[in-house]
Design a protein around this ligand. Structure first.
Ligand SMILES: [Zn+2]
Length: 684
């Protein structure tokens, strides 16, 4: 994405600066004393009481080393590998007991160079047990109350099967540890080998208190099942930690990529919304619905597939009694979820992707959410978000995006999101754009959500900033909400207050250790603002966009770490950004620049121009605009680069114009988080 106007402004400002402002000249060339080869120049630098250049500009030690798996340029290395987990599910919901039963086959491929002696799985329904670790975890934002519990996942059987022709199923030996299960592999699983895990289990679907997954009732009395975090699934085995088995404390997930076939059996009256493509529409839809779905695939305008009036019309289902099995298929995905309800309205429209490709935007919602103020427009919101983000960053990779109104919002899964049943207008647009925006982070670029939530929540919030500017030419922009500048003012001023809070955690904290008070301010807002500052202040659009797009492309369907991101942006961006990684990500360093001592160089000779002293009081350094206003009403702007502060805490900026300077202002547009603006302006 380019913004030509902004570029022109920068060029103009730079040209204006060149005419009127120069950096203070070095002292005249001194003669070396006899016997000395070089002149000893007077020292011009040094630290101050609150700013030490050597600290800010020290070499930055990346959390993870470069090796053959991960390269110095931040891209996957020549020996990069990831394991694969494919799933086949035969699930059903017993609505009388609100129980989900599943017959699951995992096909797991070991691409690692290691022999695996065991398999670790996530068993996330166990988070709802009364003895779960989540119960005593104080930071869980969605922790259920004491009276809200389930038995968790109840295993009926677990078998292992090799991939050979004559392979026989064998009973698996396993242990459960909170929300994880370890399965023993007596013969081991060698590099390149594959094994199948066959699991039968059931669990009671949590009520609305479930948070991430639930069953609740719409106002017209239909149950809505949001089924997520619902099946035992492979933990990631990677080159960073081996098995990454952090328990499910209520936050998000880190999973392997693979292909899914979900066969979901529910009462015939229900519609099922699922991740991926509905394979057997002829079995589960009426002729009219099949026709309307086909129409939606080619229509930019939203097409109704099932209307509010049809909810109570038996003719809107192909069968009245018994059950129907819906088959959803999805490739290259790290999860696949579904929702089911007899009370769903359903609509859809075409998504236009780069290169003439198309996809389908679908929405499922109860009657109470229908209408132009509400869910009648979510298909349009998701379509717009995907079209813009595909154009700007990376093309949407799946054939469908489905948005569901239920009781487990707002939450993102690959190709399917849950948003608020009661949300309306701008609020519904913002949450839809955000959850759909998670397609890029972490559904395509899968950083470790359970450890580094800032790499998905913050990066997504960053791309959401531009979607808010773009949707209908910004009618609901600029983005200012609970995720980004909640006070509605200058984001830089709001973030300055947050990072000055001595209790605020740093971004590189373990995600689960960030308490609720700071989750949105740090994980979403500060992370998004970090990218915004990189793009708008440090690197510029052309340089940033190329580097960030390369990072997305390089790590699509892979697992990058914070170090990979830091290296990718610095290498392709052509900037040594160590000072910013340290100040913004590893620390909550604050920034405070001050202007003082504005005066003529020689009051008797205006042709010598003026000089102003700019002081760096904070340990955080960011390139910053300085505006010089002259008495005749003209002005110039220039940006002081980070290098200004590499050796010193004060800088005497020369203003070469013979015109009288009225004032000098640091960061007049509030673009950087200057902590104390009372000292940003000096007048003559
Ligand atoms: Zn999010």
């Amino acid at each position: 994405m380019t913004h030509p106007c902004a570029v022109r402004r920068v060029l103009f400002a730079a040209a204006a600066f060149a005419l009127s402002v120069t950096f203070a000249p070095l002292p005249g060339k001194a003669q070396p004393p006899a016997g000395q080869r070089r002149p000893q120049l007077p020292d011009t630098g040094g630290r101050s009481a609150t700013y030490d250049p050597l600290k800010t500009f020290a070499p930055f030690a990346m959390p993870d080393a470069v090796n053959s798996y991960r390269s110095g340029n931040g891209a996957p290395g020549p020996a990069f590998w990831a394991n694969q987990a494919d799933y086949e599910m035969h699930a059903s919901i017993d609505t009388a007991t609100q129980t989900l039963t599943n017959d699951e086959i995992i096909t797991y491929t070991n691409n690692s160079p290691d022999m695996l002696n065991s398999l670790w799985l996530q068993v996330e329904q166990n988070t709802y047990r009364t003895d779960s670790r989540a119960r005593t975890f104080a930071g869980g934002s969605r922790r259920p109350g004491a009276d809200q519990s389930s038995e968790g996942t109840v295993f009926e059987s677990m078998e292992l099967m090799g991939n050979g022709k004559n392979a026989k199923a064998e009973k698996a030996t396993y242990v459960i540890s909170d929300t994880r299960a370890r399965i023993d592999l007596p013969a081991g699983l060698a590099h390149g080998a594959q094994i199948k895990v066959h699991i039968k289990y059931h669990y009671k679907v949590p009520g609305q208190w479930g948070g991430r997954t639930s069953v609740g009732k719409s106002k017209d009395g239909y149950e809505i099942y949001d089924i997520a975090q619902w099946y035992p699934r492979m933990c990631v085995y990677d080159d960073i930690r081996g098995w990454d088995t952090q328990p499910f404390l209520g936050n998000e997930f880190y999973t392997e990529f693979g292909n899914f076939d979900n066969y979901i059996t529910v009462p015939a009256s229900m519609l099922v919304a699922g991740s991926g493509v509905l394979v057997n529409e002829k079995d589960v839809l009426t002729k009219a619905q099949i026709d309307r779905l086909a129409q939606a695939r080619t229509s930019d305008k939203t097409v109704m597939i099932r209307t509010v009036a049809e909810i109570k019309d038996p003719a809107s289902r192909p069968k009245q009694d018994g059950t129907l099995t819906w088959h959803y298929h999805m490739d290259h995905t790290r999860d696949a979820v579904f929702s089911a309800s007899a009370g769903f309205v359903w609509d859809g429209a075409k998504i236009n992707l780069p290169g003439g490709k198309t996809a389908l935007s679908l929405s499922f919602y109860p009657a109470e959410s229908a209408g132009d103020e509400g869910w009648g427009r979510t298909t349009e919101y998701a379509k717009d978000t995907i079209e813009n983000m595909s154009h700007d960053w990376f093309s949407y990779p799946w054939p469908v995006m489905t948005n569901v109104a239920g009781f487990s919002s707002g939450m993102e899964y690959p190709a399917m999101v849950f948003d608020g049943i009661n949300s309306k207008n701008k609020g519904l647009f913002v949450v839809t754009a955000h959850e759909v925006g998670h397609t890029w982070f972490p559904m395509i670029v899968q950083s470790n959500e359970r450890r580094d939530a800032w790499m998905d929540e913050g990066f997504n919030t960053f791309i959401d900033i531009y979607e808010s500017d773009q949707f209908q030419k910004g009618i609901w922009g600029p983005k200012r909400d609970g995720e980004y500048a909640p006070g509605g003012g200058f984001p830089a001023d709001e973030i300055a207050k947050i990072i000055a809070d001595p209790e605020a955690p740093v971004m590189l904290s373990r995600a689960d250790a960030i308490r609720e008070k700071y989750r949105h301010p740090i994980t979403y807002f500060k992370s998004a603002e970090g990218l915004y500052i990189l793009r708008e202040e440090i690197m510029g659009h052309e340089v940033f966009d190329r580097a960030f797009r390369k990072y997305i492309k390089d790590w699509a369907f892979k697992h990058p770490t914070p170090s990979d991101f830091f290296r990718a942006m610095a290498s392709e961006g052509g900037e040594d950004l160590d000072y910013f990684w340290r100040g913004w990500y590893q620390n909550n360093w604050t920034m405070d620049m001050a202007a003082k001592n504005l005066k003529w160089v020689d009051a008797a000779d205006p042709s010598k121009g003026s000089v102003v002293t700019i002081v760096q009081n904070g340990q955080l350094v960011i390139p910053t605009w300085i505006e010089v206003k002259f008495e005749d009403g003209t002005s110039t702007k220039t940006k002081l680069p980070a290098e200004t502060w590499m050796q010193k805490a004060t800088f005497d900026m020369a203003i070469t114009s013979p015109k009288k300077v009225a004032s000098v202002t640091i960061d007049p547009e509030h673009r950087v988080p200057d902590n104390d603006r009372s000292n940003n302006e000096v007048k003559q």
